[in-house]
Ligand binder design. Structure first.
Ligand code: HEM
Length: 467
């Protein structure tokens, strides 16, 4: 009663057969136009509520924050992560403790501080070598930024990085990108809605196998740390966690070595297939909008002058670059349906009643593209983030990291990476759309994270700029 309206479900499948499961975003948009910003859907027999537009999103995630801060249980993604880690852990003290620890660690290892900048700048030097080798030619950036993002988060977590041609790094990237497309694709929907299918050797098995490979690799790294660590003198996240574990002993808290492995997997995955897709999107648009690229380069040249390297602080003096990066994130629409939420108690949203435990789908994509919220909702235009005086402004509908207590915990790291990579590379190179590149295709490949279609870009060294 008073549950949000929605299309009529059929037995067993619910509304799944009415959606394009390879990419349901257009269907969700049409359903929101028909039933409203808060409407219901059935995934098999499981009721779900889709939240669209900034007003409903803020009421759910910010105003009623705790009531909407749960995670659904019993889905493929829960089975893959064994209800451990942080991303899929339900709202409660276990999740709070682990999340708090992760935030503290990211700060200690330089979140917002110099040392994180050094890690990022160090990794950028490897991107630069790759691009320099390809100066005057074209290159396919498909995995370049994934490798860099994986290395940056690996340096925080494990104190290691891998050469870009390392076969193991390539395997990590393949696994993460495959799983991010499978995690909310057609086979995971089949797994979620038809439990009797789960035992069959169907394509969703691949996601579990991938997870096993990553689990083994991660557990090995933890074991190596156990052998080489000096208690009280942590080198990285793993050492700090092991210190914490020792300190707590058997206090019945959420800390355990098994939890650590899933925690590391969550952070490694979440830190790899997100920022990288933002960067891929950035270069797709910068190569095809040379006017935007040149305006950024002019601003970068003036602000950095003779400075050896860019620093994150410089962003305050680069309103246009900031606007460009935010606009990139808006059109990149990297995590379109967020991570699914669940209600933690009986609650209400926009006047409807929603029972405890209902699956909530926050359609962040609908907010980033909401016509009433943006000056140029359908174009790539940094003016979306500039006021009349040319100052940088951030509209409230800018929510690529979601909002509320579950909001992305890597936002600070991601923003620092985006800024430093883009500024450093734009200072040193000019990026061009190849003459034989055809008509650019901006359509994104759907998944938990969205990715631009493969493209090539031409690399030219710029004049005398440092970088
Ligand atoms: C541009 C890059 C990124 C984007 C767009 C992004 C976006 C998101 C979104 C939409 C969520 C779901 C929030 C919710 O459920 O309401 C999320 C969660 C999360 N992100 Fe990110 N993210 C990015 C980068 C990162 C990085 C670099 C890390 C690594 C530390 C990270 C770690 C996480 C974690 C651990 C969660 C789960 C938080 C929780 O459940 O409490 N993310 N992210």
């Amino acid at each position: 009663k008073n549950f949000p309206p929605g299309p009529r479900p059929v037995p067993v499948f619910g509304n799944l057969l009415q959606l394009n499961l390879k990419n349901p975003l257009d269907d969700l948009k049409k359903l929101a136009e028909r039933y409203g910003k808060v409407f219901s859907l059935y995934i098999g027999s499981r009721p779900a509520v889709v939240v669209s537009g900034v007003q409903a999103m803020k009421e759910a995630l910010v105003t009623r924050s705790v009531e909407f801060a749960g995670r659904p249980q019993g889905l493929m993604i829960n089975d893959i992560t064994n209800n451990k880690g942080v991303v899929m852990v339900n709202y409660g003290s276990y999740w709070k403790e682990q999340r708090r620890f992760a935030l503290m660690m990211l700060r200690n290892f330089g979140m917002g501080k110099q040392s994180m900048e050094e890690r990022i700048l160090g990794e950028i030097s490897h991107i630069i070598s790759h691009l320099e080798k390809n100066a005057g030619k074209t290159t396919d950036p498909q995995t370049l930024f994934h490798k860099a993002a994986s290395n940056i988060i690996c340096s925080v977590l494990f104190g290691t990085r891998y050469e870009h041609d390392d076969e193991f790094l390539k395997l990590i990237i393949r696994i993460f990108t495959e799983n991010s497309k499978m995690a909310n694709g057609p086979w995971s929907m089949a797994y979620d809605s038809l439990p009797w299918l789960r035992g069959f050797p169907l394509p969703f098995r691949k996601a579990f196998q991938n997870m096993e490979t990553m689990k083994k690799f991660t557990a090995d790294l933890v074991a190596q740390h156990q052998k080489t660590r000096i208690p009280g003198d942590p080198r990285d996240f793993v050492d700090s966690y092991l210190d914490e574990l020792e300190k707590r002993g058997d206090d019945g808290s959420s800390f355990s070595e098994r939890q650590l492995v899933y925690f590391l997997l969550d952070l490694h995955f979440a830190g790899t297939d997100t920022t990288s897709n933002g960067l891929l999107t950035a270069f797709l648009y910068l190569t095809t909008h040379p006017d935007v690229q040149e305006r950024c380069q002019r601003e970068i040249d003036v602000v950095l002058g003779e400075k050896e390297q860019a620093s994150y602080e410089d962003r305050h003096r680069m309103p246009y670059v900031q606007a460009m990066i935010h606009e990139v994130q808006r059109v990149a629409d990297t995590v379109p349906l967020s991570v699914f939420h669940a209600t933690t108690k009986d609650t209400q949203l926009m006047g409807y009643d929603i029972p405890k435990g209902t699956l909530i789908i926050p359609n962040l994509s609908s907010v980033l593209n909401e016509e009433s919220q943006w000056k140029f909702p359908h174009d790539f235009n940094p003016e979306n983030f500039l006021n009349q005086q040319g100052e940088f402004v951030k509209p409230e509908a800018f929510m690529p990291f979601s909002a509320g207590p579950r909001m992305c915990l890597g936002e600070g790291l991601a923003r620092m990476e985006l800024f430093l990579v883009l500024v450093t590379l734009l200072r040193r190179f000019q990026f061009v759309w190849p003459e034989d590149g055809g008509v650019p295709d901006y359509t994104l490949v759907f998944g938990i994270t969205q990715t631009p279609k493969p493209y090539r870009m031409g690399i030219r060294l710029r004049g005398t700029q440092r970088g």
